[in-house]
Design a protein around this ligand. Structure first.
Ligand code: HEM
Ligand SMILES: *[C@@H]1O[C@H](CO)[C@@H](O)[C@H](O)[C@H]1NC(C)=O
Length: 349
């Protein structure tokens, strides 16, 4: 009995020492045990992806859509704000945010972590972990914590700020430049479309001969057929398709004439450079993906990333780390109690 108590007391002292040190060392000033936070997020993201493999893609996209609009401030998570009542809703209501998901996972993590961790930090950490898991551990990067949550979220701002799938190359390039991102980073980050799904409304221009930008004819035909089958079976006007032809059935891939050389077709749902294989075969959903081929330098990059998987993993990790650092804009911040609502019903500026 005595011995056990002594061991327990010793363990407690060690635990206290460990928990005090990181806060002093990383200087984020909030005194939480960062190791514990990161561990909790990782475990919850693992569980969520195990239940629903599609949620990993949603979490990666969430980082982009949060950080691009007002910086990384958790604004994409808000269902309402004191200002959104009469102005068309929060970012979630934006046309460009169609299909956005993963909010439930953020809520579960927030419930575990409580007031010490901002929703903005959780978005960045969860997206980082999803990228690591979906890439089978090949995409890893460190992120700082200490972000705070904003109190402003507007659908109009999101639609004015996020790129759209029908943009021309120069528009995409300008859109990225406004956030301090290079053309090279545009090409790198677009590789995120190796995972996840898209609604028909985001790529229907590609299936209509009057608006279509170059797309492989057999791929387009296979897509149109599948879209029609889904519309009939599910009575939905806006079905979804996998972003990556790698993730389609072998029958679909064969009908499209997809050349899988250099692609691990067994790695369904993996975040990897297979997007570049698909793009260079004109087998991608969005015009915004295809237009990368129309610029000489971007096209050279596409080939490089197709041919060097490791290079893409590394460069994508760096670009995600940079994305996760976009500073919050605005004048009032807090650590939200609930990621879906601001802490107060009004704020004085
Ligand atoms: C370059 C400009 C980009 C455009 C125009 C664009 C556009 C889109 C569109 C239209 C969708 C489909 C939404 C739907 O219909 O449901 C989508 C999905 C997705 N995007 Fe992008 N995107 C861009 C860049 C990025 C970046 C930088 C990332 C991440 C770093 C990203 C990650 C994703 C992911 C993971 C999905 C699938 C989401 C899911 O399955 O839940 N995209 N994107
Ligand atoms: C692929 O990229 C990595 C990382 O940039 C580099 O070290 C390697 O030499 C490249 N491999 C080839 C075959 O070019």
């Amino acid at each position: 009995m005595m011995k056990l108590n002594a061991v327990a007391a010793g363990a407690l002292v060690v635990a206290l020492l460990i928990s005090v040190q990181p806060a002093a060392a990383d200087g984020d000033g909030r005194g939480y045990d960062k190791k514990g936070v990161e561990y909790t997020v990782r475990k919850e993201v693992e569980k969520a992806i195990k239940c629903d493999s599609g949620v990993g893609a949603a979490l990666v996209r969430l980082v982009f859509h949060d950080c691009w609009v007002n910086g990384c401030d958790g604004s994409v998570l808000l269902d309402k704000t004191p200002y959104s009542i009469n102005n068309g809703g929060t970012e979630k209501a934006a046309v460009n945010n169609i299909g956005l998901a993963g909010f439930d996972v953020i809520d579960v993590i927030k419930a575990k972590l409580g007031a010490a961790v901002s929703c903005a930090d959780i978005v960045v950490l969860a997206g980082r972990d999803a990228a690591a898991i979906l890439s089978r551990g090949r995409i890893t990067y460190a992120v700082e914590t200490g972000r705070k949550d904003g109190v402003v979220s507007s659908a109009a701002a999101a639609d004015a700020t996020l790129p759209t799938s029908t943009m021309e190359f120069q528009q995409l390039k300008d859109n990225f430049a406004r956030k301090g991102f290079t053309q090279g980073e545009l090409v790198i980050l677009s590789g995120a479309h190796s995972i996840g799904v898209s609604h028909l409304s985001s790529f229907h221009d590609r299936l209509d001969s009057s608006t279509a930008t170059p797309i492989d004819g057999r791929y387009a035909a296979a897509l149109a057929k599948d879209v029609d089958a889904q519309k009939a079976a599910q009575m939905t006007p806006d079905p979804t398709e996998k972003n990556n032809i790698r993730d389609m059935t072998s029958k679909f891939r064969k009908a499209s004439g997809y050349d899988a050389t250099g692609v691990d077709t067994a790695a369904v749902g993996a975040l990897d450079n297979s997007y570049y294989h698909a793009n260079l075969q004109n087998m991608v959903l969005f015009k915004s993906d295809w237009v990368l081929r129309t610029d000489d330098d971007a096209a050279t990059d596409l080939v490089e990333y197709r041919d060097n998987a490791t290079k893409w993993d590394n460069d994508f990790a760096d670009a995600m780390a940079k994305l996760s650092k976009l500073p919050a804009e605005g004048s009032h911040f807090e650590i939200r109690k609930n990621c879906r609502t601001t802490n107060q019903n009004y704020y004085y500026y």
